[in-house]
Design a protein around this ligand. Sequence first.
Ligand SMILES: C[C@@H]1O[C@H](O)[C@H](O)[C@H](O)[C@H]1O
Length: 253
Amino acid sequence: MLLADKTLFITGGSAGIGRATALAAARQGADIAIHYLGHDEGAHSAVAEIEQIGRRAIAIEGDVSDPASARRFVEEGTAALGALDIFVNNAGICPFHAFLDMPGEVFERTMNVNLHGAFYMVQAAANQMVRQGKGGAIVAVSSISALVGGEYQSHYTPTKAGVHSLMQSAAIALGRHGIRCNSVMPGTILTDINKEDLADAAKRQYMEGRIPLGRLGEPDDLAGPIIFLASDLARYVTGASLLVDGGMFVNLQ
Ligand SMILES: C[C@@H]1O[C@H](O)[C@H](O)[C@H](O)[C@H]1O
C-alpha cells in the first residue's frame, strides 16, 4: 500500500482525473477529502465508493477561485480526517474559444479557476503541512499544454504553464519543510472537459493520430503517476514534471 494511513486532499474530485485518482489513492490505503463544485451526485457516490473500499472520505463543496474556499477545504478536511499529508491540485476548466473574439469573462474565469485557484489551494495546504511539521507532498495537474499551444486555448495554456511554474517555485520555498511539489502533464485525456471538443470526429482522429500509443488517455492513466509522485517512492523528487500523454508531446514526425 503506497499511501497507507495517509490522507489525500484533491480538488475537482467528483469526476474525471480527480475522481479516478481519489479512488485509486483509497485503494493504496489513503483517507480522502474531495473538493468539488456543483456535482453533488459525483462527489457523494465517490465518497460511498471510498467507504466501500474501507477508507474514510469527505466531500466539501466550493469554488476554488474563491480564496476562502481553500481555507475552508483545508480546515474542514483536516478536522474530519485528522491531518493533511498529500494535496492534489486538479480542478480546472477549458472552455475552448477563438482568440480574437474571446470575451474578457471567459479569460478571467479560466485564469481564476485554473491558476489563482491553484495558488490559493496550494498555499492553504502548504501552511497546514508546515503547522503539522511532518512534511508532505503536493502534486498539481498541469498539462502538455504548459509546453505547447492550442488555437482555441489561448486563455487556458498560460494557466497550465503557470501551474507548472508554481510547483517549481513552491518546491524551493517548501523544501526546507520536507514538502515536495511536483506536477503531472496530462496529454489528451477523454473527460467532461473536452467531451464536446472531441465529439468532432476529424479533431478526434487528428489527436489520436498524434499519439504513439494509439489512443486518447483515460482518467485512470493519471492516477498511477500522481500516486507515485505523492508516495515515498518519489521521496527525492521535487520541482519535477511528468508527461502522461501516450508520447504525444515528442511526436513531431
Ligand atoms: C482540454 C484538454 O486540455 C489538455 O490540457 C490538452 O490541451 C487536451 O488536448 C485538451 O483536450
